[in-house]
Design a protein around this ligand. Structure first.
Ligand code: ZN
Length: 309
């Protein structure tokens, strides 16, 4: 056992602000502030949150409990408490002695790699499950012919979406290779739902209203909007194909995916200003524009033709 030559409070004070970017990585631990992640200690999916609430590397895991940075390191590395304090003290420069060997670090790095790999495989499996479910829901839908939502919004039905017998719209979300990963339901009163089971993929997935007819020589226009009603209104007003990103923060990923598929297209990002927070739509449209180039238009969308002319 290492006899501490320093006070725990001193180590804590020195460690403030260094937990996520300096201290944890030395033990092969990765956290993201205020974002739900798999727990580095027990691997519990989506049950772990790093909030650094008291500035001591604090975390909460619904599965294996809550604690501070010292406790998380102990759980992950099985070091004793005094050894953990001593090692953190060494990292923050209070002491120069460290008992951690390169072999320890290598072991923790490998453990982290294994955790990451398992996590990726699990995520992929869950996404594939939802994808199968989405395909089945879309394929087997019992069809109807009236959508109150379309009527209220005074917009057309794209031939590639479906109306169910109970008046819901079904809008598939595809990746750039045409694989369906999820399906959005819009209820008659305008509620929008994806398959809610854990782990479905929507990131980078989109639905294309109209047809893209890429001309290999000339630039062609693809509009990128959030929801169906806005997207279809733009399509009806302009005749351009419109990719639906479904939510604002998906616009950059959808832009990147479409760029791979349509290298010559000019993208017109149609930022919604009725997003939950003010300027959210514009912020993500700008992020997307930085990745793919193109034009941003704000409502009123009737100006699109002038902007791209
Ligand atoms: Zn845990």
């Amino acid at each position: 056992m290492v006899k501490p030559r320093f006070q725990l409070d001193d180590v804590k004070a020195k460690a403030q602000g260094l937990w996520d970017n300096t201290i944890f990585p030395r033990f092969g631990i990765e956290v993201v502030l205020k974002k739900k992640k798999p727990c580095p200690a027990c691997g519990g999916r989506d049950r772990f949150r790093y909030d650094d609430k008291n500035g001591n590397g604090d975390y909460i895991c619904q599965h294996c409990g809550a604690g501070d940075g010292f406790s998380l390191i102990q759980k992950c590395t099985h070091l004793s408490f005094p050894d953990t304090i001593a090692e953190v003290a060494a990292i923050v420069g209070l002491d120069t002695t460290s008992n951690i060997t390169d072999a320890d670090r290598e072991k923790w790095r490998k453990q982290k790699e294994l955790r990451d790999k398992e996590q990726r495989e699990l995520e992929h499996k869950l996404q594939e499950n939802i994808a199968r479910k989405a395909e089945s829901i879309f394929r087997n839908a019992y069809l109807g012919d009236f959508s109150l939502y379309l009527k209220n919004k005074q917009i057309d039905k794209d031939p590639k979406i479906k109306i169910t017998h109970d008046g819901n719209l079904l809008i598939p979300a595809y990746d750039e290779h045409g694989k369906m990963w999820n399906v959005q339901t819009i209820t008659p009163d305008g509620q929008k739902l994806f398959i809610t089971d854990e782990g479905g993929r929507t990131g980078g997935c989109f639905f294309m209203i109209g047809e893209v007819q890429p001309d290999l020589y000339d630039a062609h226009i693809i509009c990128i909007a959030e929801g169906y009603a806005t997207g279809m209104s733009i399509h009806m007003a302009t005749g351009y194909p419109v990719a639906l990103a479904f939510v604002a923060n998906n616009q950059p990923k959808v832009g990147a995916a479409l760029r791979q598929k349509y290298p010559n297209a000019v993208f017109v990002y149609c930022a919604d200003d009725d997003s939950a927070k003010k300027n959210t739509g514009l912020k993500y449209a700008q992020e997307a524009q930085a990745i793919t180039g193109g034009i941003i238009v704000l409502p009123d969308f009737t100006k699109i033709k002038e902007s791209v002319a």
